[in-house]
Design a protein around this ligand. Structure first.
Ligand code: HEC
Ligand code: HEC
Length: 346
């Protein structure tokens, strides 16, 4: 009788104590690998933010007249209502052309070690110069883009306010600076996982915690770590097992094109997993629409492991806890055309 009571007491005690201890252990391990998104935008080196510069950057981000057709803006492919991506396998650009890669999210991209799937732009400022002049994205010529901005009267004041004392303030470099400062505001704090990292043990459900434990134990966090749960390093897609050609077409050699090094063949920037539940389809080819299948593919290609259905479900539940507060962006009123503003190219 006494023994029965003691056993009952012990198991009761454990039932209470075990989750608490497990939570503490999970929290300690998580804090070594991840950190929460801050609630205020980070400062960019050499490109200080001001309200006028952020506002200009936002205006440019939404201005389709930066494209030759006047139909495509940054927001066409990085739609802030779609998690900062475009819900397309690969983006539709100038003359309905499709690019070769999936549009990554702009949300939290300020925290990535470099920009693009292959890291070819060192930061947001450098990146912002790419799409405007990319023939299959916005297809403007560099001089055309600057001439266009100069021919829209409202931009004179907006650039002068954002870059006081500079003559001439309207340059492509300044446009890139303003866009970068705006993009730095596109951060998503307060995800359930961030609240967990800050010490709120109830912020994650039991199954999300089991998914987090698997994420750590299986080795996902060896690559997807840091503030962006990714975005901090490069890795070979197919490290353990090469994926099929639909996911890894042989002509896109990834980072090798940037570094010219054979060992960087099929190496890509490890993407952020923040807001991943909002940004299907997945991978640089955009060939996978189902997050569960993307997780299972990662198990096979990166870890050499056939994950069970239960483990895939738990990992996917954890990934759902990475969705943060989406930026509240009011749509800017774009300065109207002037008499000399060029018309859209056919
Ligand atoms: C036609 C679609 C399209 C347009 C327009 C476009 N982008 Fe992109 N963006 C992409 C694609 C596709 C990639 C990935 C390309 C690659 O990695 O080679 C990308 C990559 C990026 C990245 C890198 C994110 C990361 O994690 O690596 C940022 C930031 C970005 N774009 C911002 C912008 C800005 C700012 C503009 C406007 C000046 C813009 N984009 C216009 C399709 C587009
Ligand atoms: C060895 C490094 C590595 C490991 C380990 C790893 N990944 Fe990845 N992950 C990557 C790389 C690189 C990509 C980009 C692949 C590409 O080129 O499309 C990626 C892509 C993803 C994507 C698609 C993201 C997007 O925006 O398209 C998801 C989801 C993902 N990983 C989840 C996981 C999970 C879950 C695990 C553990 C089961 C895991 N990863 C393990 C390196 C890794």
């Amino acid at each position: 009788m006494v023994r029965r009571i003691v056993v009952a007491f012990l198991s009761l005690g454990c039932a209470f104590a075990a989750p608490v201890l497990a939570d503490e252990d999970l929290l300690a391990r998580s804090r070594q690998l991840f950190s929460p998104i801050p609630s205020t935008p980070p400062e960019l080196p050499g490109n200080s933010a001001s309200p006028a510069k952020v506002e200009l950057g936002k205006t440019l981000y939404f201005d389709p007249r930066l494209s030759a057709s006047h139909a495509i803006s940054c927001s066409s492919c990085h739609n802030l209502g779609l998690g900062g991506a475009d819900a397309q396998p690969t983006s539709i650009g100038h003359h309905w052309q499709r690019g070769g890669r999936n549009a990554p999210t702009v949300l939290n991209s300020v925290f990535n070690l470099a920009q693009f799937w292959d890291g070819r732009a060192k930061d947001l400022e450098e990146q912002a110069g790419g799409p405007v002049v990319n023939p299959i994205e916005m297809a403007s010529q560099e001089t055309d883009a600057v001439d266009l901005l100069k021919a829209i009267p409202g931009y004179h004041e907006a650039f002068a306010k954002a870059f006081p004392g500079e003559a001439p303030p309207i340059t492509l470099a300044n446009a890139q600076k303003a866009i970068a400062v705006f993009e730095a505001t596109l951060i998503t704090p307060n995800a359930p996982f961030d609240r967990f990292l800050k010490g709120d043990a109830k912020a994650l459900s039991p199954v999300e915690k089991q998914g987090l434990a698997l994420f750590l134990d299986k080795g996902c966090a060896d690559c997807h770590n840091g503030i962006n749960i990714g975005g901090g390093m490069y890795a070979r897609f197919g490290q353990a097992l090469k994926p099929g050609v639909e996911f890894l077409p042989p002509d896109d050699k990834g980072r090798a094109k940037v570094t010219k090094a054979d060992e960087d063949e099929y190496v890509y920037k490890v993407p952020t997993l923040r807001n991943i539940a909002l940004t299907a389809p997945y991978f640089h080819t955009g060939k996978e629409w189902d997050l569960r299948k993307a997780v299972a593919l990662m198990g096979a290609t990166q870890l050499g492991e056939q994950l069970s259905k239960e483990d895939v479900d738990k990992l996917t539940a954890f990934l759902g806890s990475l969705t943060g507060d989406q930026p509240k962006v009011t749509f800017p009123t774009l300065p109207p055309n002037g008499a000399a503003t060029p018309q859209p190219a056919p």
